[in-house]
Design a protein around this ligand. Structure first.
Ligand SMILES: [Zn+2]
Length: 137
């Protein structure tokens, strides 16, 4: 007879290291939060940025065949540059977040890993106010 495994919370499964974090909203008390972030190396960022640039360069001639030609090609190049810049700017990835909205107390979490910004905007699913997540690096 097999034992059922202990339920594992998503907190334990998400990659990255746990860091202390705070959710702030002007005029309300600071709320502590659990967060897991992963530092991205220069090589990881450069690899993804160059893949985005290469994708833009490959797609531009193909979409440039469609009239009116230039806007599509420029758009593909611009999108490649935009995505490359985003990948290059991703110094840290936020993998997990669990906390509460400072205004209404509703739980806030993360649906998918995102680029960590400083401060990182967090939208409350209940009251829709936008708080800021601050992480100690
Ligand atoms: Zn709220």
């Amino acid at each position: 007879m097999t034992e059922t495994p202990d339920p594992v919370s998503p907190h334990d499964l998400s990659p990255g290291v746990p860091v202390s974090a705070r959710i702030t909203l002007f005029g309300f008390d600071v709320v502590p939060a659990d967060a897991r972030i992963e530092a991205r190396s220069t090589g990881w960022r450069a690899r993804r940025a160059s893949m985005a640039l290469a994708a833009g360069l490959l797609v531009a001639p193909a979409v440039g065949l469609v009239p009116p030609h230039a806007p599509w090609a420029l758009g593909a190049l611009g999108m490649g540059l935009f995505m490359a810049r985003r990948w290059w700017a991703e110094a840290h990835t936020l993998h997990f977040l669990e906390g509460a909205c400072p205004r209404c107390g509703e739980g806030v979490s993360l649906s998918s890993p995102v680029r960590l910004r400083h401060p990182h905007p967090i939208s409350c699913p209940s009251c829709h106010y936008e708080s800021a997540l601050s992480v100690d690096l």
